[in-house]
Design a protein around this ligand. Structure first.
Ligand SMILES: Cc1cc2nc3c(=O)[nH]c(=O)nc-3n(C[C@H](O)[C@H](O)[C@H](O)COP(=O)(O)O)c2cc1C
Length: 141
């Protein structure tokens, strides 16, 4: 057993409607459940951030598949590291579509989340972790 967490950011290739996001999530959750993968996906105005937790080989394989998905581009690995326990044990893939109202309720991270860039998160993996942590308690089915 080697439990790991992988976090990446990417840019959507197309407008992601709520229907589109929901059907993508439905399929993702079915597959994640089979693989015992948990995590969360944040979507904000064409920008994705996702955390994948599970066996190292499983999350690496899934990340490879996800990286080739035509629905997004500029997939950038922020970090991959061993973890003692899951941060999202109850979520086969928690989701939050971050809107303005939601942003205003998040202390501290408002500015860069309003205008996210992959480069920012690459430089500051700790900030990415802090963002994920903030949203951990605001996930939706
Ligand atoms: C932003 C984004 C996040 C995704 N997250 C997952 C996920 O958590 N789990 C998953 O199985 N597929 C996810 N997918 C879909 C995969 O890219 C892929 O379509 C899916 O795993 C089915 O692959 P397969 O047909 O090779 O089994 C995601 C796609 C995108 C664009």
């Amino acid at each position: 057993m080697s439990l790991n967490c992988l976090v990446y950011v990417s840019l959507a290739n197309q407008e992601m409607s709520d229907n589109h996001l929901q059907s993508m999530l439905k399929k993702a959750r079915e597959k994640n459940e089979k693989l015992s993968i948990t995590g969360m996906l944040l979507y904000r105005d064409g920008f994705f951030m996702q955390a994948l937790e599970g066996e190292l080989k499983d999350i690496e394989d899934l990340f490879n598949t996800i990286s080739q998905d035509q629905r997004h581009r500029d997939v950038l690995l922020i970090y991959k590291k061993p973890i003692q326990q899951r941060g999202f044990p109850d979520w086969t893939m928690g989701f939050n579509k971050i809107d303005e109202e939601c942003l205003d309720s998040i202390d501290g991270y408002t500015n860069f989340l309003k205008n996210p860039t992959p480069e920012f998160f690459k430089q500051k993996a700790s900030e990415a972790e802090a963002v994920l942590d903030q949203f951990k308690h605001q996930l939706f089915f």
